[in-house]
Ligand binder design. Sequence first.
Ligand SMILES: [Zn+2]
Length: 380
Amino acid sequence: MKRREFLAGLGAGTLAAAGFDFLGKDARLFKPAPQQKIKNWMWAHPDPKISTESWKRKFDQAAGAGIQAVHLLSYTGAKAYYPSSFAVHEVDELAKILPAARQAGLEVHAWICALICNAEAVQKDHPDWFVVSRNGDSTLAKQPYIPSYKWLCPSRPEVYQYLENFVLELAGYVALKGVHLDYIRYPDVILPEALQPKYNLVQDKEYPQFDFCYCPVCRKNFEQKEGIDPLRIEDPSSHQAWKNYRYQTITNIVDKLADAAHRKGKAISAAVFATPELSRRFVRQDWPKWRLDTVHPMIYHYYYAKALDWLEPATREGVVELPPSRPLYSGLFISQIKPQELPKAVEWSFKGGARGITLFAMSSMTDEHWKALGEALKER
Ligand SMILES: [Zn+2]
């Protein structure tokens, strides 16, 4: 076995223990395992005004540029684009779009906003399902940042059941390849750097009005396990057991949804924050541990006040923490990437160890972007 192959077979932890500088010049060591095929994705929003014919044209253009799979928005947290018994719908957008995708040779995954919830029926019938801040405010009554920031508590079995019902319903679409989880996290206890001024905030530490969840179920669960009511923790931001509890509640819900999807023969994936460290710190996502088929970190450099070349180290941080068998696809924020910059963005993603890219979103792609992407992906 060649040295490089040998190293590629080792986990990141082993490499770190062996003293390799894997964030520096030895980046080549993080060539993904060869069994993971390269694949490129995009997020796409349905629009009842777009005809099946137009979808077909858009999908052909995307497929021609090297895209193979689509995360199609199917549930926004308030509205479903398919005949869900859980939310209002107008037309079955999935039934309209799926044949167009099939003709273009694209696989489709149903993208759902999981824990953010603006569904009126849930708010009315289950006000106790919503997360509560350290100040004691439910997001149903008082929202951080924006009025739609109403979030379900991942600790409640009823919330899990509610989400599982969506997954099982969507699994009924034979033409769907999988389910894609978004908003699968806590509300941001800290916002990415470039977003804080937008809300007139300086979040130099965790403030109680942005810190969740102190609902009765979470308080009781944690106290039973650790012997202390989280409200009595002096500095919750440095209390590792309390942080772990919240990482674990999200991990549990993802893993159970993964089991439900797999039982129905569907893949499962998630849109997660940019790097594992930022994800844990800002939104309590410990996504390298989730039992997903594919991971799509939103490496939106602009929100973090980073240059585009941040794609490479940010991608690598995720790849290093994930098991080698789980592919990562770098999420690109197209509205802040010029067509001529796109080849570099693709290159940095692959250099960081991604198995492909995920475009956010189809609607931001101009003809020039598609042309540039097609050329950048041709070589891969
Ligand atoms: Zn809770």
